[in-house]
Every structure is written in C-alpha cells, then in structure tokens.
Design a protein around this ligand. Structure first.
Ligand code: PMH
Length: 390
C-alpha cells in the first residue's frame, strides 16, 4: 500500500469502508419494510474511526448515528456531519445548551435531570430532541416501571423545550441462544412503551430496542429503528449465535506489520524479556514492530500471526513496541505480517484474537491504541490515513 508520508512505522490498521457499506446494505435489506438504521459509531467507531465509518454508513443508507457522549457527537458535527445524532449515554444537565447548539438528540429518563437541564434553557427557546430510555432488563439506564414511565411522560409533555422523539431500550442477552430473558425484556419493553405513550397522549416517532444481535435474529413489529454496531463492522455479536445469524458479514478492520529483522538462532537460546521462550533447535526468529503500547497486549503471546499466507507463532513475551515470531525459514525484511485479517489467501479472524484474549470481539479494535495509524480504504484504495502520533 502507498503510505506516502502519513506515518513512518511499519505497523498499521486497515479499515475497509467498502466492507462497511456492504454490511450496512445487507443488514438493511434483511430488516422489515420501513425500519430505519442507526449506525453506532461510539468509541471512535469501535476503534475503526468514527467520521469515516459514519460517512460511509450514511451513504449506504443509515439514517441516524449513535454515540455514547456529547464530545463524540460534537466531533462528528465539527467534521461536517449533519445527520441526526443520538447521545446514548447521559449528558450533564448543564451541557444541554451544548447539545442544543450542535443539534444533538439526548437520552433522558430522570425527572430531576429534566428539571435541571430545563433551567439552563430559555423557556420555549431551544427545542431539544430527546429519546427516553426504558430499562427493560439491562439494568444500566432507564425507567423501570410503567408508573415511572407514565410520570416521566407527563413531565416531558409539559416541558417547554423537550420533545420525546424516541423511546428505547437495550437488550442484555440477544446474543445468547436461550431467549427466555430476551423474551421477558421484550414483554417489559412493550409494557413500558404502552404506559409512556398512554400518559404522553400520542405515539412517539421512533421506537427502538435492537442491537445487532436483535436486528439480525428477531423482527419486532412495534419498533421502527435498529441500532447496529458490531455487525456493521463485520463481526458476529457472539460466537454462540454466529451459526444462527443468516447474514454474510465482512470484517472491516485488519492489523498488519512488517518484519524488521530476521535471524537464525542456535538451539537453547532465550527470546525476549524473562527469556521465557527457549529455542529447541536452530530456529528462524523474526522481529515485528508492534507491542503492548499498541494495544497488542502481552496475553497475545501464545497466538499466531500470518506471514506469506502461513501461520507463524508469537514467541517470548510481547514487549512495549516489538515482538518476536518463529518462521519456518528466512524471509525478506519488510515482509508483511498480518495479526488480524487476510494475508496471502489465509485469514486470521478477529474472533480468534478475541478468543485468545478471553474477551469479546468488540474489545479488540477498541483497544488497538491510536498509536497504530488507521489506513482508511475506500473503493479499494487508501482514501486517508489517520495518524494521531504527529
Ligand atoms: N445501542 C446501545 C445503547 C449500545 O450500548 C450498543 C452497544 C449498541 C446499541 C450497539 O450494539 P451492537 O454493537 O451489539 O450492535 N454497546 C456496547 C456496550 O456498551 N458494550 O459493548 C457494546
């Protein structure tokens, strides 16, 4: 790839926007009729790059963007994005004027919050678009009982500034095969929606409860918007439901480096800190310039990478900026090493790294640090490179 002068290290991530567009279109095609699509781009687009993901997801048909905090919404607005944005976390009441200024929809459900936020606004001045959160079983944010829902509905109805444009909840177990808890959440959500709308006096425009797992598995009639994160990035919400989701997903994120040093090491030599790895025979050992400061944490030590389409084990402890791998034979300096993604016809999936680290695939791109430049691929070519180091 042509890296020009955007960065000067031999380690980079590629974010394939063509895959993002394809995933958005395919997921949308599988949704019932008029369901709208919110592209969840919080946490810098799950580590992929929020602005680029948002741009292409919107182009591919997404109507909304979801972030977790106001700062993320402002960043998108400053980059020129005008699509509706919902902050799914709670903002501080005093920051409501900032949300108004940047035309960002907020999440609300606490009466004290509403009263406090309203005090910062000129009566009848700014109109604040609000999506009311219902806690149907996630236990994180939201109104928990029909009585609470009714009471909040009346408060917001009487507000001079706030309008309930949305009602939403979040599912805790949609990525599990057993649907008992999920079914209970849907039941509670339906009740909460009913109670809210009854007291509000009218239907709320947007009702949403589906994350990727829900959107891919269930069709919930009352709800007309889905909030899709992980599957837009081309990843299955869990290994458990991977076999049952009937949806082709294309991984957008890949991680690569290049060999900087290759040597033949005699038998019985130690490799890396602690000399925990000892060569058993004469071995070819290569050095790769990625380490735990890049988010390539030490627990990856017993994993593989791909070199020339073949697997190569990581040997010895992972250092801050470098690690060593064992090769079957010598290769050229500058040979590409793929830690996640495709290399020479072979593929090392994100899910393998997640399993190795005993975590979920969501966590992997989020924790590859900004020190690793992101090369954004659009129409098969590098469109832009984000390097936060300089
Ligand atoms: N809606 C809300 C409120 C969320 O918090 C998330 C993801 C999504 C939608 C998208 O879910 P998906 O990526 O499974 O499609 N939130 C989180 C979280 O808080 N931790 O991991 C994922």
């Amino acid at each position: 790839m042509d890296k020009t002068e955007s960065f000067f290290r031999d380690t980079w991530a590629e974010v394939n926007l063509d895959a993002i567009r394809e995933n958005v279109m395919n997921i949308k095609a599988g949704l019932p009729g008029k369901t709208a699509f919110m592209a969840v781009v919080k946490a810098n687009g799950y580590g992929h790059g929020a602005f680029d993901i948002a741009t292409d997801a919107l182009q591919a048909g997404a109507e909304f963007l979801g972030v977790s905090m106001l700062d993320e919404a402002i960043s998108l607005r400053r980059s020129g994005i005008s699509a509706p944005i919902l902050v799914m976390g709670l903002i501080r009441p005093r920051d409501i004027t900032v949300a108004a200024k940047w035309d960002v929809a907020v999440t609300a459900f606490q009466e004290e919050w509403l009263a406090e936020a309203e005090a910062y606004l000129e009566k009848g001045g700014s109109r604040i678009s609000c999506h009311v959160k219902l806690d149907s079983g996630m236990g994180r944010l939201g109104l928990r009982t029909p009585a609470e829902a009714k009471s909040f509905a009346k408060k917001i109805k009487g507000s001079a500034n706030f309008t309930a444009d949305g009602l939403y909840t979040h599912m805790a177990t949609a990525d599990e095969l057993d649907t008992a808890y999920f079914d209970e959440q849907v039941k509670r959500a339906d009740e909460l929606v009913g109670a809210f709308e009854e007291a509000y006096g009218s239907e709320v425009g947007w009702k949403h409860c589906s994350n990727s797992a829900t959107a891919l598995r269930f069709s919930l009639e009352k709800y007309n918007l889905v909030r899709v994160g992980i599957s837009m990035y081309g990843l299955a919400p869990s290994p458990e439901i991977k076999p049952v989701i009937n949806q082709e997903l294309k991984e957008a994120f890949s991680l690569h480096s290049k060999i900087t040093h290759v040597k033949k090491v005699a038998a019985g030599e130690g490799i890396s800190y602690g000399a925990t790895y000892q060569t058993e025979e004469e071995e070819w050992i290569a050095t790769v310039p990625i380490g735990y400061a890049d988010g390539w944490i030490r627990k990856n030590q017993h994993g593989d990478v791909l070199v020339n389409g073949k697997r190569a084990p990581i040997v010895g402890r992972i250092c801050m900026d470098q690690m060593m791998i064992r090769l079957e034979g010598p290769v050229d300096i500058g040979t590409t090493v793929t830690l996640i993604g495709e290399n020479g016809g072979a593929f090392l999936p994100m899910d393998e790294v997640a399993a190795r680290l005993e975590t979920i695939n969501y966590e992997i791109p989020c924790t590859i640090t900004p020190r690793v430049p992101r090369c954004i691929i659009r129409d098969g070519k590098v469109a832009v490179v984000h390097n936060s180091v300089f």
